[in-house]
Write a protein that binds this ligand. Structure first.
Ligand code: DGI
Ligand code: FE
Ligand code: FE
Length: 192
């Protein structure tokens, strides 16, 4: 599918706020790709589709994963919101015709991250957190600046803040989030 066609379809599938966020992630991912020497069109497609599974009912997220034999972890069962990443990967392939394995992988890991991510994974992980409409996270100004100079440090700083945020809320920390933080912690500079 062509990017404009994907946009039209997504506009119907997502609520208004999620569609606006999606546009922000698409353009931010494209810009980060330009800054770091990655294919910006591919980054835009991944950004555009990263939350394509977000507005499905929980039961559908679960059944899509089960149908495709994708493992649902105990933490994902407890916090089914996390499943929009894996369900989104399936939808991107089935309903939006994505075949590029890098794009599908970036969608799959965009919520928790994963140790040793490739450049597209990091671009989407970071773009999702810093897109212009995001406003609730702390120290977004410094994180936005780091994003355009050092992706590994940026991932480390985002995970540090995310784990702090999650530890103050009910709902468990996904092992992938913890493992990703441990992998990227050495790249962090603001907190060591
Ligand atoms: O889908 P978005 O809202 O754009 O962003 P996202 O896919 O990064 O999801 C963000 C939410 O995911 C945010 O509320 C924090 C939550 N999250 C991230 N890691 C974990 C987590 N929630 C739990 N319970 N455990 C995690 O490890
Ligand atoms: Fe998401
Ligand atoms: Fe998102």
């Amino acid at each position: 599918m062509e990017i404009n066609e994907i946009r039209k379809k997504l506009k119907k599938e997502l609520d208004k706020a999620r569609y606006e966020h999606t546009m922000g992630v698409m353009y931010t991912a494209g810009s980060l790709a330009m800054a770091h020497g990655y294919d910006y069109q591919k980054a835009m497609v991944a950004g555009l589709l990263h939350d394509c599974g977000k507005c499905l009912p929980t039961s559908e997220k679960i059944s899509l994963c089960e149908k495709h034999h994708i493992l649902i972890t105990p933490v994902e069962r407890e916090n089914p919101g996390l499943l929009h990443a894996k369900a989104g990967m399936v939808l991107a392939e089935e309903n939006y015709g994505v075949t590029d394995p890098e794009i599908l992988h970036a969608i799959k890991v965009h919520t928790t991250g994963e140790p040793n991510m490739n450049m597209l994974d990091k671009i989407i992980y970071v773009a999702d957190y810093i897109e212009p409409l995001r406003c609730e996270a702390p120290r977004l100004d410094v994180i936005r600046q780091i994003a355009f100079s050092d992706l590994n440090q940026c991932v480390a700083e985002i995970l540090y803040d995310t784990l702090h945020y999650l530890s103050g809320r009910k709902g468990s920390i996904d092992p992938s989030t913890q493992l990703t933080y441990e992998f990227y912690r050495p790249y962090g500079k603001e907190h060591s």
